[in-house]
Design a protein around this ligand. Structure first.
Ligand code: DGL
Length: 257
């Protein structure tokens, strides 16, 4: 069981940020990744449609005999909170550890969330943070342009255009004097440098991709499922569209950048 792979899914390349972090902390783990490239972006779709896509991704990964399934997608994680209580397999999503980290980080008790429209509409981060500490104020904004831009490659756009778009979203949160910003979508590490240019390191940034891996480690350890292999893990990438191209892109991102 321990040497079975971990199954990870997202709508596209965002979840690869989780894989990259995982490779640093758990290099011996085998990974099966599924990107639902035929149906991205999820963030502009309805909850029913998003959950339908998520269940198909989960079934695909389970058919690969994975020891745990990781939703490396803030949008799916936001909508699957109720359903996951009935899962009879190990399931990790991006919400829990990200919210805990944000609460531990804020000093002035004002947290901002940037995420997809579906995530923000679900109020998932806000609800979870309030549940952990109801003295914390949570301000949130849906950022519908960011995933399409990141998926098409940020290098295809002049930097000032990307920065202007990010600024438009961030300004709303900064006006509330937040001291902690949650990147609630796993695609956003691709623009973390643009965000840092705008916030000038004055705000703590919580990267949901990084935090998710902390939870994957803890859950595998608790269940005595950490890989016992002495070799580096094997990585298999699958996509619902442009599989070949996606694999090349993923391998380049994970192993060469
Ligand atoms: N990476 C997904 C998330 O974390 C992106 C969703 C989308 O495809 O819009 O929310």
């Amino acid at each position: 069981m321990n040497n079975k792979p971990i199954g990870i899914f997202d709508s596209g390349i965002g979840g690869l940020n989780v894989v990259k972090e995982l490779k640093k902390i758990l290099p011996k783990e085998n990974i099966v990744y599924f990107g639902d490239t035929a149906r991205l972006p999820y963030g502009s779709k309805s909850p029913d449609v998003i959950l339908g896509c998520a269940y198909e991704s989960i079934s695909f990964l389970r058919s690969k005999k994975v020891k745990a399934v990781v939703s490396a997608c803030g949008t799916v994680s936001s909508l699957i909170q109720e359903a996951k209580k009935g899962f009879d397999f190990l399931f990790v999503d991006v919400l829990d550890s990200t919210c805990e980290k944000a609460i531990n980080s804020t000093v002035n008790k004002k947290i901002g969330i940037m995420a997809t429209v579906a995530t923000i509409k679900s109020n998932s981060y806000k609800k979870k943070i309030k549940l952990l500490n109801d003295e914390v104020e949570v301000y949130q904004i849906g950022c519908p342009l960011l995933v399409p831009i990141i998926e098409s490659g940020i290098s295809n756009f002049p930097k000032y255009i990307i920065n202007n778009i990010i600024y438009k979203y961030l300004k709303y949160l900064l006006d509330f004097n937040i001291d902690t910003l949650v990147l609630g979508c796993t695609h956003y590490p691709a623009i973390i440098n643009n965000i840092l240019e705008i916030t000038k390191s004055e705000i703590k940034i919580i990267n949901s991709s990084k935090e998710t891996v902390v939870e994957v480690f803890e859950i595998l350890k608790k269940n005595d499922l950490l890989s016992q292999s002495t070799n580096f893990g094997k990585y298999d990438f699958f996509a619902s569209k442009n599989q070949k191209n996606f694999c090349l892109k993923a391998k380049k991102f994970i192993f060469e950048s």
